[in-house]
Design a protein. Structure first.
Length: 70
């Protein structure tokens, strides 16, 4: 549980600092015999502020409550 809490805190912090992430999507549009035309597009996924803050909060709870054993 502690490892998951740390991962959530790091992911939430990165989401707040960078505001999102980008990735490249390759599309193959036309194949004409030996010729292959493809297009690479960069797309951005924005991470909402509330999602980053929630991840940090849940991670902190997991760290605090994950150490307690019954």
């Amino acid at each position: 549980m502690k490892i998951l809490g740390i991962v959530l805190i790091v992911a939430g912090t990165l989401g707040l600092v960078y505001g999102g992430f980008t990735y490249t999507k390759a599309r193959h549009d036309v194949n004409l015999g030996p010729l292959n035309f493809s297009v690479k597009e960069q797309e951005r996924v924005n991470v909402p502020v509330w999602a980053g803050a929630a991840a940090i909060g849940v991670g902190a709870l997991l760290l605090v409550l994950g150490g307690r054993r019954k």
